[in-house]
Design a protein around this ligand. Structure first.
Ligand code: DMJ
Length: 643
């Protein structure tokens, strides 16, 4: 039996909505919503059909349906035609004299069902009258609503905390006109790097200054997370480039999204993104940076779900699945990666009142404290499943470097109350000095690498940061060896300057040797590149702050000029492949750390010391300044007084 009312339903077909993965490739949650909507539509049509069909069936058929057991629930039914035989509970009490009342009741219910059915039918017809675009618009509205709800949930206000002492975040203008001019030149270089990124790479992680397009590496996953924007913010701020800072802030506010199916490096995201966002928050006071930092940190936490609590090197921001680099010794995590989270995580606990971050990094520290160390040295590899060291390779450069840096800085950042960190730092550098630091035949102090019981007489550009670290840690060192460590810092600075000075471009190679008559020079072709790294300039700046010896400003200026001469191209700044060649080729990458670190340290080198004074600020390993927290570190684990 057909009814006119049903015709539009069965006779009209919806155009295909194409709501599959190709429409919304990155929004599986949205897809489910859309599917739910369509299912709902089909369901309402189906119910309508059923009700419609039911009411146009002959009475006997309907009664048969109720006899299937539904009568107990729906209608106290009496069928006198069957000789008053009781079929259900209601029939037991159903007597002939109630027949009239039952008929009325049945009629009333039937009318109600019919009215409901017609209403549902009308609604379904209305929906079906809509065009594909209208339906999609409705889906979009529904989607937006959900996104807004989620955002509201994500950005729920964080508890107020007493702000640390934020002194010296502006100016630092030097009185000397020559120094001022140099400082302005650095600011101009920053503008050149930023403007080109703004024009050709905006939103991408980094810039290819020659191809003039975006660039990324696997450390940032496969998403456009604007690494350069986040990394550059605080440099823009201290240089007084406020329009550029605001542009960056706006992009972050509107576009920086961490719910992406992307596998990122926990370490890199921590030092560049969380460090960058926290520094931008402290400098500018803009809440958005704090909120984003906390959201992102939440996405990194699943990386700690390992049998030992030593985090994986990489984590998928969406699924939370972690893993380690394929090249790392026997599935190990890397010392410089899991050991370079402390500063940022302590600040996260401070700002949120949630001890989870603090507990994660303290757990790592406790675990390391318990482990035996060959010759007192920390190997670079640690297996997060077994808790055992991997290959015995120790380095103050790549794979090890910032672990030592963060021990010292944990102590400084805690207003020197975290004495446990200071002790670990002192122990570590004593072992390093004993086993890794040597003087070359030509009198250059260098830091080699320990590989399975053998000292490799090679030093990396990355290792050059250690000059600054020794100087920074001199005050407060064991047995009052402050003079000794400042001297050691000066010697490392000198060696690293030599590694620059002995090249054609006056820029330092990636690694240089002290072997077989070779001193501070790269030997292998694949170690001759310079990729805009900051470590040597970083050490010049610390040495300048602690000694005010003008040679450090002079060395920094030499490096700035060389960068401007050989790395500057019309589309930004690029690394070079061979610092010993007079006609070098470019690598065509403007690294985000060039804006975060290299240019910031140069700018600070030509600024007065009252810009970001070291008594109040501690720079993370990506040169993002974080304020000293004037409270005992133990109060961070959930003391409500600090929430
Ligand atoms: C930066 O990302 C950080 O300084 C890190 O600690 C190691 N090196 C790069 C820049 O060279």
């Amino acid at each position: 039996m057909t009814t006119p009312a049903l015709l539009p339903l069965s006779g009209r077909r919806l155009p295909p909505l194409n709501l599959g993965a190709s429409s919304f490739p990155h929004h599986r949650a949205t897809l489910r919503l859309s599917e739910k909507f369509i299912l709902l539509l089909i369901l309402s049509a189906f119910i309508t059909l059923c009700f419609g069909a039911f009411f146009f069936l002959p009475d006997s058929s309907k009664h048969k349906r109720f006899d299937l057991g539904l009568e107990d629930v729906l209608i106290p039914h009496v069928d006198t035609s069957k000789g008053g035989k009781n079929l259900g509970g209601f029939l037991i009490h159903g007597q002939g004299h109630d027949e009239h009342r039952h008929r009325e009741e049945e009629e009333r219910l039937r009318n109600k069902i019919r009215a409901d059915h017609e209403k549902a039918l009308e609604e379904a017809k209305e929906k079906l009258k809509k065009s594909r675009d209208e339906i999609q618009a409705e889906i979009q509205t529904e989607k937006n609503k959900v996104v807004q709800e989620l955002k509201k949930k994500d950005s729920k206000p964080l508890p107020p905390v007493p702000l640390p002492n934020l002194v010296g975040i502006n100016s630092g203008e030097p009185a000397d006109p020559d120094i001022r001019e140099r400082r302005n030149k650095i600011k101009e270089m920053m503008k050149h790097a930023w403007d080109n990124y703004r024009q050709y790479g905006w939103g991408h992680n980094e810039l290819k200054p020659i191809a003039r397009k975006g660039h990324s590496t696997n450390i940032f996953g496969n998403s456009q997370m604007g690494a350069t924007i986040v990394d550059a913010l605080d440099t823009l701020y201290i240089m007084g480039l406020h329009d550029e800072f605001r542009e960056g802030q706006e992009w972050i506010d509107k576009n920086l999204d961490f719910s992406v199916n992307s596998e990122v490096s926990v370490f890199e995201v921590n030092i560049r993104f969380i460090g960058g966002l926290l520094a931008a928050y402290y400098l500018s006071g803009q809440e958005v940076f704090k909120i984003k930092a906390v959201q992102l940190a939440g996405k990194l936490l699943p990386a700690f779900n390992t049998p030992t609590g030593i985090p994986w090197a990489m984590v998928n921001l969406k699924s939370g699945v972690g893993r380690n680099w394929g090249w790392a010794s026997a599935g190990s995590s890397i010392l410089a990666e899991f050991g370079t989270l402390h500063m940022e995580f302590v600040h996260l606990s401070y700002l949120t009142g949630d001890p989870v971050y603090y507990n994660k990094v303290m757990h790592i520290r406790k675990l390391l404290q318990k482990m035996d160390r060959p010759n007192g040295l920390y190997p670079n590899y640690l297996n997060p499943r077994t808790g055992r060291w991997g290959q015995h390779h120790t380095s103050v450069g790549g794979l090890g470097d910032s672990f030592y840096e963060y021990l010292l800085k944990a102590w400084l950042m805690s207003d020197k109350t975290d004495t446990e960190a200071r002790k670990m730092y002192d122990d570590a550098i004593e072992a390093i000095e004993k086993h890794l630091i040597r003087k070359s035949n030509g009198g250059l102090t260098f830091i080699g690498e320990w590989k399975n019981g053998h000292l490799e007489r090679k030093m990396g550009h990355l290792t050059c940061f250690a000059g600054g670290m020794f100087a920074l840690g001199a005050d407060g060192s064991r047995d009052d060896k402050a003079g000794h460590y400042l001297q050691l810092g000066a010697e490392i600075a000198h060696t690293c300057h030599e590694s620059y000075d002995r090249t054609t471009l006056k820029l330092g190679p990636e690694a240089f040797k002290f072997d077989g008559g070779v001193e501070a020079v790269a030997v292998r072709q694949n170690e001759k590149y310079y990729i805009l790294r900051p470590e040597v300039i970083e050490t010049y700046w610390y040495m300048w702050r602690f000694t005010h010896d003008p040679k450090y400003r002079q060395w920094g200026w030499e490096a700035a000029q060389a960068i401007d001469k050989y790395c500057r191209v019309s589309g930004g700044f690029s690394g070079v492949k061979d610092v010993y060649s007079s006609s070098p080729t470019y690598d065509d990458v403007q690294q985000s750390f060039f804006l975060a670190e290299t240019l910031k340290y140069l700018y600070l080198l030509f600024s007065n010391d009252d810009l970001l004074p070291l008594d109040n600020w501690v720079f993370n390993t990506e040169a993002h300044p974080l304020p000293v927290l004037h409270l005992a570190n133990t109060t961070l684990s959930g003391n409500p007084a600090y929430r």
